[in-house]
Structures are given as structure tokens and as C-alpha cells.
Design a protein around this ligand. Structure first.
Ligand SMILES: Nc1ncnc2c1ncn2[C@@H]1O[C@H](COP(=O)(O)OP(=O)(O)OP(=O)(O)O)[C@@H](O)[C@H]1O
Length: 592
């Protein structure tokens, strides 16, 4: 109950913050319409009675005129604002979702399957939330309309209360049906999401390539049908049960309707009721029927809406709890000493093992540090811990002696930059694709050109039909698609946009380039980074499998099975005759 109340208040607050004026107009209009309908019946009853008995019929006409006028004004106002209100609410919600999910400093929520699932669910449902204000308005208005009808019926004759009870039963049955449907929808949600995944796979050009190459069409179709059966059979059974139940309730209510009219006519004949009362009952009972089924639908809608709002509240709480707001110290502008890892361990959320264990390492200010090791050795994990995309589960990472925990995560992220192997192909203009690496300089042509030069992307940009202004990606009309290597050069340029980061992590960012291109790139980069070093002591961390690149680093860290097993310069490690020596010789032979 507390959750329902909390979600209702959240929905009201959200609506009033996003669309205060439109929501008020909509709310007043639907309430007006709901109450005006039974009052029209009341006016008609008064008029009919006045005319039949020669009494005061004018008051009835005033009720009638007032009710009609109010209904008309309310209907016009509601239809004028509803669509705009829903659109604006949708925009507001999309912005909030984007802000919440991208505002969480770490990335664990993207990688924990349970949370990722819940986020996908919220994103899917949030489309519905734009109707939240309308649903709440119609729910409250139907409630107000029903109350007015009930009062009017009971004032005509207390026996008519039976009809109100019947309507109540109808609403209760519909509420149960709604809850059952929700339960079935939740139980089949996993099948539903898999169906969507398959539909997305089939529609995406990237996957289309493999689907054809491996002849996956028939497998996909079979799986699609199986999932549909698993999802739909329980739903259809429930739908069929609902139809029967609804039919039964309609029959009971219609019988009640007939009995009520017969009762009112009988009472009129006895002289206990008059013609106006008969007119009112004949008009009010269908209204009661409509509001009862309206209330049932509204209750179902509201239950779904509140479920979605409850998820949104959960996301807000999650974002708040994971905002790392304990760190308030601004990140330094210069590194004097360096970054030190003390006994750092980390296990991914949801996995039992440790990805890295007991890491002790010092990265001196101004150095270029290369990390090498086999697949799964923990190189990327180490890079992500330095960037504070995760918090260590044990030990500390210190920046110039300050625990990374104490630094404001946003200010640390503003002083770091990164290039990843699985970089994002932003389908923006080339300028935006590079410029988002440093939003403050996104419109500064000189910075963009310098970043493109460092990332080896000058030629890529020069060959684009409209240079930096070219729209990238096939999804847009006139958009230009690029090769894997070209996309990667733009991603590198993006990583080089920030001129003097305190930490630049390059996690195999050149995997799509050939060794010569990688070598040339790192030579250029080493020259640029030595300037950075002189300026603010920034550290570059480079994850690579290519020894030609690694050897130019000031410090080489060799990892194996989540542990650091060797640290030193190229010459020191070659002399020590350890794993580095062995791997270096292996690769050298392969290139001979
Ligand atoms: N998101 C994740 N969730 C769970 N486990 C993960 C995740 N990412 C990596 N791991 C695990 O952590 C360990 C270290 O992975 P990491 O990506 O750091 O290795 P790596 O040395 O960078 O490998 P590669 O050279 O293949 O990129 C591996 O055992 C991997 O399976």
C-alpha cells in the first residue's frame, strides 16, 4: 500500500514538474466531464418532473444548460491539450532516464544481468508512462463520476443501492482480471524480451551479415515461433477466461438494470416516485454501467502505470545510492607523484571469482605504462579501475596520495580520457564523433584537427564528402559508412581530444589497424604525450598485444591470471628472462 501511495505521489509530482499548466487543464476538464454527465441526468429529471407536475421546471433547464456547456468546454479543452501534454511528458521522461542511466559514474549497472534486465524493462515501459497523467486523470474522474451517480441513485430510492453494489462487484472482478494479466505478463516477460532481441537481430545490418553467412534464418524462425508459443499460449488462455467472465458480469448487470427499471416503474405507479425520477434512473443506470467498466479499465491502466512508476523510483534510488557522492574532493589539475595501486582486487558483480587480485603497482607521473598479458589476464579490468569505472572490491587506488574514493567522480572523469577496443561508432557528424571527447572544445576547429592528427584520422576526415560536417552511419539519409579501421581512427581522435588529461587509457585501441599504422600512430602520440607530461604529469596507460608498440613504454606491466607477475622497462624484462622475454621472442619469430 505504501508503495502504491508513493508511486501515485511520484506520478503526480513528475507530471506537475514536467507539464504543470497542461496537466491542470486536462485534470479539471476530465473531472468536469465526469461530474457533468450525471448532473445532466439530474437536470433532465428536474425538468421532466416540473413539466409533469406543473412545478418549477426552469431550475432543471438551468442544470441541463450548465451541464451541457461545461461538458462542451471541458471536451474542447481536454482534446486541445492532451496530445501536447503526453508528448512533453514523454520528452521529460526520456531526458530523466538518459540522465539517470548515464549519470551513474560506474558501469556495473550495464554489466550486471539482473540490473541490465530491469533497465531494459524500464526503457520499454517508459513509453507507456507518457500516458500516466491521462490515466491518473481519467481514473480520478471516473471515481468522481461514479460517486456522483451513486449519490443521485440512492437519493431516488435506497433500493437502487443494489445496483451500486453490483457495479462494485464488476469493478472488483475486472481488477482481479487485470492483476492476473499482469502476473502472466511478468511470467512471460523473459520470452517477450527474447522475441524483441530476435526481431532486433533480424533488422540490424550488422547482424544481417552473419545471419546470412551462417544460414541462421531457419534457426531464428524456429526459435521465434517457440518463444511466441511460450509467451502467447498462457496469455490467450487468460484472454479467453476474461471474455467469459466479462460476458457473465454483463448479463448480471443487464438483468439488474432491467429489475431496477421495473422497480422504479412500480414505485411510480404506487405514487412513491415521479416521472422525473424515472427519467433520471433510465439515464443514470447506463452511465453507471459505463463508469463501472471505465473504472475497471482505469484501475487496470493505473495498476500498470504505478508498476512502471515503481520501477522508475527504484532506478532513482539506485542512481542515488551509486552516485559515489561521498567523493567531494576535486581531482588535481597536475600529477606530482603518480597513481598507486595498493593491494587492489576486483570481482565483477554477479561473478564468483576475482578478475584481478592483490595488485600493487606504482605509475609515476608523466610516464607511459604498457600492460600486456594473455586474453583474460585482467588488463582491461586494471584500466577500468584506474578510470574509476568500477570501485575495487579490495585495496585502494590513490592519485597523488588521495584515495580515488575521495575524489569527485565527475571531476576525475573530466581529467581522464580513454580509447577502447570495443569503441562506439557514434552515428553523429564527424565533428561530433570526435568532439564529444572534450565537449568544451567540440566547436574548436583547431582542437578537432589536432585530435584527428594525433589519432591518424586526418585522411579519413579529408576524404569525407563534407569533411567534419559529414553525417556518419547508414541509418541517416546521406550518411556515410566507414571501414572498421576508419571508425577506429575517429575513436582514437576522440580519445585525443582532451589535450592534457591526467590519465589517458588506451585499451587496444588500434586492434583494427595494421602493425605499421599502429607503430606510426604511437610515435606521433609519444611525441604529443611528452608535451603533456611536461605540462601536468599526465600518465598514459596502454594495453596492447604488439611488442613493437609496448617496447616504447617507460614501464611495462606483465599480467597473468589476474595478477601482476613482472614490472620493468623493456630491457630489464628482456634481461630477466621471464614471461615477457618468452612472449617477445615468440612474437619476433612470428614476424620473421
Ligand atoms: N563484465 C564482466 N563480467 C564478468 N566477468 C568479466 C567481465 N569482464 C571481464 N570479465 C572477466 O574478468 C577477467 C579479466 O578480464 P579482462 O577483460 O580484464 O581481461 P583482458 O586481459 O583485458 O583480456 P583481453 O586481452 O581478452 O581483452 C576474465 O576472466 C573475464 O572473463
Amino acid at each position: 500500500m505504501r508503495e502504491i501511495l508513493g508511486s501515485t505521489l511520484t506520478l503526480i509530482r513528475l507530471t506537475l514538474r514536467a507539464v504543470p499548466l497542461l496537466a491542470t487543464i486536462e485534470f479539471v476538464s476530465v473531472m468536469g466531464m465526469a461530474v457533468a454527465a450525471p448532473l445532466l441526468a439530474y437536470g433532465l429529471g428536474l425538468t421532466a418532473n416540473g413539466l409533469a407536475t406543473g412545478g418549477a421546471w426552469r431550475a432543471g433547464l438551468i442544470w441541463l444548460g450548465g451541464g451541457l456547456g461545461a461538458t462542451l468546454v471541458a471536451r474542447i479543452a481536454s482534446s486541445a491539450v492532451q496530445a501536447t501534454m503526453e508528448d512533453q511528458l514523454e520528452g521529460h521522461l526520456d531526458r530523466e532516464l538518459l540522465d539517470l542511466t548515464s549519470g551513474i559514474p560506474g558501469i556495473a549497472h550495464h554489466e550486471r544481468p539482473d540490473i541490465a534486465d530491469r533497465l531494459a524493462h524500464i526503457r520499454e515501459e517508459s513509453r507507456e508512462l507518457k500516458y500516466g497523467a491521462t490515466a491518473l486523470g481519467s481514473f480520478l474522474s471516473v471515481l468522481a463520476g461514479s460517486a456522483t451517480i451513486m449519490v443521485l441513485l440512492v437519493t431516488i430510492h435506497p433500493v437502487l443501492l443494489t445496483l451500486v453494489i453490483l457495479a462494485g462487484v464488476r469493478i472488483w472482478v475486472a481488477g482481479r482480471t487485470g492483476r492476473n494479466l499482469q502476473r502472466i505478463q511478468r511470467a512471460t516477460a523473459a520470452h517477450h524480451r527474447k522475441i524483441q532481441l530476435l526481431t532486433d537481430l533480424a533488422g540490424s545490418p550488422r547482424h544481417g551479415l552473419e545471419i546470412r553467412a551462417y544460414g541462421l534464418r531457419s534457426v531464428l524462425l524456429d526459435e521465434f515461433e517457440r518463444l511466441h508459443r511460450n509467451r502467447d499460449v498462457p496469455r490467450w488462455t487468460a484472454f479467453r477466461r476474461d471474455v467469459w467472465r466479462d460476458l457473465l458480469m454483463t448479463m448480471v448487470f443487464t438483468t439488474g438494470y432491467g429489475c431496477a427499471i421495473a422497480f422504479v416503474l412500480w414505485q411510480t405507479r404506487l405514487g412513491n416516485l415521479n416521472a422525473g425520477d424515472v427519467a433520471m434512473v433510465v439515464l443514470l443506470i447506463p452511465q453507471l454501467d459505463r463508469t463501472a467498466s471505465g473504472l475497471a479499465t482505469s484501475t487496470r491502466q493505473m495498476a500498470r502505470m504505478l508498476d512502471t512508476v515503481a520501477n522508475l523510483r527504484w532506478l532513482r534510488r539506485y542512481a542515488e545510492e551509486h552516485s559515489w557522492s561521498s567523493g567531494r574532493t576535486p581531482a588535481p589539475t597536475h600529477l606530482r607523484d603518480g597513481i598507486r595501486l595498493r593491494n587492489v582486487s576486483f570481482g565483477y558483480p554477479g561473478s564468483t571469482g576475482q578478475a584481478v587480485t592483490d595488485l600493487d603497482l606504482f605509475l609515476p607521473a608523466g610516464s607511459t605504462v604498457a600492460i600486456i598479458g594473455d586474453n583474460g589476464a585482467g588488463k582491461s579490468t586494471l584500466a577500468k579501475l584506474l578510470l574509476r569505472l568500477y570501485d575495487p572490491t579490495g585495496g585502494t587506488v590513490e592519485v597523488d596520495g588521495i584515495d580515488l574514493h575521495q575524489l569527485d567522480p565527475r571531476s576525475w572523469h573530466e581529467r581522464t580520457s580513454a580509447g577502447f577496443q570495443d569503441f562506439v561508432k557514434y552515428e553523429f557528424t564527424a565533428q561530433e564523433t570526435i568532439g564529444i571527447g572534450d565537449l568544451a572544445r567540440m566547436d574548436d576547429l583547431e582542437s578537432l584537427e589536432a585530435a584527428a592528427r594525433r589519432g591518424g584520422a586526418t585522411d579519413v576526415v579529408a576524404e569525407l564528402p563534407a569533411g567534419l560536417a559529414t553525417q556518419l552511419g547508414r541509418r541517416f539519409a546521406g550518411g556515410v559508412d566507414l571501414s572498421g579501421g576508419q571508425w577506429q581512427r575517429l575513436a582514437l581522435a576522440r580519445a585525443f581530444m582532451r589535450p592534457h588529461p591526467l590519465l589517458l587509457t588506451l585499451d587496444e585501441p588500434t586492434a583494427a589497424l595494421d602493425p605499421e599504422a599502429e607503430y606510426a600512430l604511437f610515435e606521433r602520440f609519444a611525441a604529443a604525450s611528452s608535451r603533456t607530461t611536461r605540462r601536468n604529469g599526465g600518465i598514459t596507460v596502454l594495453v596492447s598485444h604488439r611488442f613493437s608498440t609496448v617496447r616504447m613504454a617507460d614501464l611495462i606491466v606483465v599480467m597473468e591470471a589476474g595478477r601482476i607477475i613482472e614490472v620493468g622497462t623493456h630491457d630489464q624484462l628482456l634481461d630477466s628472462g621471464g614471461l615477457y622475454h618468452e612472449l617477445f621472442n615468440l612474437q619476433a619469430k612470428a614476424y620473421m
